[in-house]
Design a protein around this ligand. Structure first.
Ligand code: GLV
Ligand code: MN
Ligand code: MN
Length: 421
């Protein structure tokens, strides 16, 4: 049941939320051959700035207090009647991958604002303040680690270290990019912990759709291991250099990508492995490469198995580089252990989703989320809604308006209950 007899009947405005998603989706829009529309809003680019400007304008329209902190996180606050109460927080991110969708992250932010707009419209006051956050650089696609803004927010990464992060695409310094786009704010970060945190997000995978379920009750997030590997050989002429004389770094890089896939399939269970970025230098048709830099993304819900996968890949990298007479270097980009959300928060989301008439399924998250960082400092949970064809990090990413609204209503009632507790 819902804990709030007085507010039982309140629902968010489905069409208004959908139009906000459409509006934000226009910023950094990218199009596919079949008319799909996605987003390219890499962290701290001009498109990210334009998206932030739009969201901040909406926050101000709602009369919310808006702060920007020293890592660029934007937090909007609606006051509660108890001015000393720690706030109930929701939020997510609006940065995307280069060929991302219109829902990943955007939904969590805009649904949070829709919750506040609905409370305003229905004249509902809450005991605790309610906050909606836009965290900086969740994707990690331009600046590593992923979930960077929320990690600094909870004190998990020193501000100075985060500001010194270098962009993987153009080498820009994160702190300089924040200043450039006007989002190096004065509010101190890390910040005091919220009372609780709950994030609505698209599932980004196939499970809910396959089971015909509307709401995923997220039990935690799997562990993430990101390593950058640079293999150096010797550049040489592609036509004249006999095969026996080559030290070609593309060969071990290719073998490593294949081994990562083989290993994940062999380990089965939750293990996944990806090589999603490869940069070859000098990247020319008639030059045996001098070096290759690539990223290895390993994930598992089980920390012990994730460590096994890491150890296997480390040994494999050494062996194949030796075989090809190449040297190598590795750099940790991100390493987060699996996270379990608070049992009482999981139960709360499940109960409320059910009371609103939704089918529910408990599930771990395969993707990283800001909620996993907030879970370090306060009771946290997440709400998932289905992704059509399980697609995400793809411009065709889609979740229909009814599922979006169902998730936002679970968010509304979860936050209402928390804000009066
Ligand atoms: C970040 O969203 C990730 O899971 O890669
Ligand atoms: Mn996301
Ligand atoms: Mn993402």
């Amino acid at each position: 049941m819902l804990a709030h007899p007085a507010h039982h009947d309140i629902r968010i405005d489905r069409d208004r939320l959908w139009s906000r998603l459409t509006e934000l989706g226009e910023i950094g829009a990218v199009h596919g051959p079949n008319g799909e529309q996605g987003c390219n809003r890499l962290a701290l680019t001009d498109a990210d700035r334009d998206g932030r400007d739009l969201v901040v304008a909406r926050m101000r329209d709602l009369g919310l207090t808006v702060t920007i902190d020293s890592i660029g996180n934007v937090v909007a606050t609606r006051a509660g009647t108890d001015s000393d109460g720690a706030p109930v927080m929701t939020g997510s991110h609006i940065d995307t991958v280069r060929t991302g969708g219109r829902f990943d992250g955007n939904l969590g932010v805009l649904a949070g604002l829709e919750v506040l707009e609905s409370l305003e419209q229905h004249g509902v006051t809450t005991r605790r303040p309610i906050q909606v956050a836009v965290f900086t650089g969740e994707e990690g696609a331009r600046f590593a680690p992923d979930m960077l803004g929320s990690l600094v927010y909870v004190g998990g990464l020193a501000l100075e270290e985060a500001l010194d992060a270098q962009a993987m695409d153009d080498g820009a310094r994160l702190g300089d990019e924040l200043v450039r786009i006007g989002y190096a704010g004065p509010t101190p970060c890390p910040a005091p912990p919220p009372f609780a945190f709950v994030e609505l997000h698209i599932e980004q995978g196939p499970v809910l759709e396959e089971h015909g379920i509307t709401i995923g009750v997220v039990t935690g997030v799997q562990g993430i291991s990101w390593t950058e590997v640079t293999i150096t050989g010797r550049s040489a002429h592609a036509g004249t250099t006999p095969m026996r004389m080559r030290r070609d770094p593309v060969v071990p890089a290719a073998k490593i990508a294949i081994e990562a896939r083989r290993l994940a399939i062999e380990m089965a269970g939750a293990q996944v492995a990806t090589v999603g970025r490869i940069e070859v230098f000098p990247n020319l048709i008639n030059v045996v490469a001098q070096s290759v830099t690539f990223d290895l993304d390993l994930r598992n819900t089980d920390e012990r198995l994730l460590q096994q996968a890491e150890a296997h890949m480390t040994a494999f990298v050494r062996t194949v580089c030796e075989q090809q007479d190449c040297s190598f270097d590795t750099r940790a980009l991100a390493r987060f252990e699996p996270v379990s959300f608070a049992a009482e928060m999981i139960e709360r989301v499940e109960r409320i989703a059910g009371a609103l008439g939704n089918s529910t399924l408990r599930m771990p998250s395969g993707a990283g989320h800001d909620a996993q960082m907030l879970a370090r400092v306060c009771p946290t949970s997440m709400i998932f809604v289905p992704s059509v064809n399980g697609l995400s990090h793809n411009i065709a990413e889609f979740t229909g308006p009814d599922d979006v609204a169902a998730g936002a209503n679970v968010l509304l009632h979860t936050m209402l209950e928390l804000a009066d507790s």
